[in-house]
Design a protein around this ligand. Sequence first.
Ligand SMILES: [Zn+2]
Length: 117
Amino acid sequence: MAVVVTTDEERERLAEQLVTLPVYELVDVLRRVLPHYTEDSYGIRTELVLAEATDYEDEPGLELELVAWPDRDYYDGGLGLYQGLWENGHCAKCDIQVTSNAKRAFCPFCGSRCSLT
Ligand SMILES: [Zn+2]
């Protein structure tokens, strides 16, 4: 049985705080949280990531893009562009599409620098 360390009410309060954030600030919070859930054993690495799923009406299936973490050094400690996840790119190492609010960001899986447009 799982050990519950917070109450429903505590988690609800946390969610209420998070939902008030613009997406680029939510992403910055999750950048600090999700990597703690990485599992790495027997040559298999599993990373908890944030992804954006898009359904294009005239195409089958969903398009999935990993949300890349803005390169805060490049933006002098800032979060990049204060906009939605409107930049798109590709992580060459993981061969996967990425999206971000920033044009310079890191792949959430491998940490490679990605250029987005
Ligand atoms: Zn990658």
